[in-house]
Structures are given as C-alpha cells and as structure tokens.
Design a protein around this ligand. Structure first.
Ligand code: DAT
Ligand code: MG
Length: 138
C-alpha cells in the first residue's frame, strides 16, 4: 500500500469557481500536497492521459471536456491515499455519490464530475509521472 495518489480538479469545477473549496476539502481531509500545477491540456495530452478508456463510448467527449479549460493537477500524500481519496470524492456519477463528498457537492454531471482520483497505486505513479518531473515534487 502506497501513501500517494494523483488528482485533477477538472474544467467544470475550475470554471465554476470551486477550485479553492475543493482544495480546502482535500487538505482538511488529511491530504498533503506534494506537487501541484495549474494548466490547460491539449486534446492530444488529454487523449494520452485517458488512453486506457480509448475504446469506451465516452472517450471523445471525455478528452474534449478535459482539454476545454484549466485544470489543477496534484500529487497528494496520506496513509492509504488511493482508497481514502476515492472515498473523499465519491462515486463517478455525482447523483450516486455520498452526501458531503466532493463530487456530490461540486460535480456538474457524470461526464463532468469535478475531480479525478487514481484507482490504484500503480496508476497513481503513472499519472503523477505524466504531469510532474522529479524537480517539481518533493
Ligand atoms: P472515475 O473517474 O471515477 O475513476 P472512470 O475511470 O470509470 O471513473 O471514468 C473516467 C471518467 O470518464 C469519469 O470520471 C467521467 C467519465 N465517464 C465515466 N463513465 C462515463 C459515462 N458512462 N458517460 C460519460 N462519461 C463517463
Ligand atoms: Mg478512473
């Protein structure tokens, strides 16, 4: 069990002014920020990040959305980070997310659901490495 995970605050949330509230909930949830950047992905970069979903019917929509505006990308540290962060953000579909979770409070829809959280230790490392060099983290 690793102690880090990777997150993105997605364009719906940054455009709707929720960045500060989401970061506040993450920090109050016990996560330490180890690396963070504010950027906008190109279609190509978003497509590469979500390559695992290439065959899914929503891939095109997802890639277009994720490159449509600014995101915050961050590496987070906490004991049991991957599972605890998925609990903090709630279910993929905000309509099914628990009360008080980040997606329940801030997501727009199933496709535009405010935040990303890695689904395994292995993917947390791959995703963190996608965005951050060794110089950009500690
Ligand atoms: P999660 O982000 O909870 O790990 P996922 O990895 O299955 O969910 O999907 C990645 C993202 O793709 C998800 O956050 C939102 C979008 N998505 C998933 N299922 C979808 C669907 N049925 N229709 C539209 N977008 C969907
Ligand atoms: Mg996922």
């Amino acid at each position: 069990m690793s102690n880090s995970t990777f997150t993105m605050i997605k364009p719906d949330a940054t455009n709707n002014g929720h960045t500060g509230a989401i970061l506040d909930q993450i920090i109050k949830g016990g996560f330490k920020i180890k690396a963070m950047k504010w950027i906008q992905l190109s279609i190509e970069q978003a497509g590469k990040f979500y390559e695992v979903h290439k065959e899914r019917p929503f891939y095109g929509e997802l890639v277009e959305f994720m490159s449509s505006g600014p995101i915050v990308a961050a590496i987070l540290e906490k004991e049991n980070a991957v599972a605890d962060f998925r609990t903090l953000i709630g279910a993929t579909d905000p309509a099914k997310a628990e009360e008080g979770t980040i997606r329940k409070k801030f997501a727009t829809s199933l496709g535009q659901n405010a935040v990303h959280g890695s689904d395994s230790d292995e993917n947390a490392k791959i995703e963190g490495d996608f965005f951050f060099s060794g110089l950009e983290r500690f």
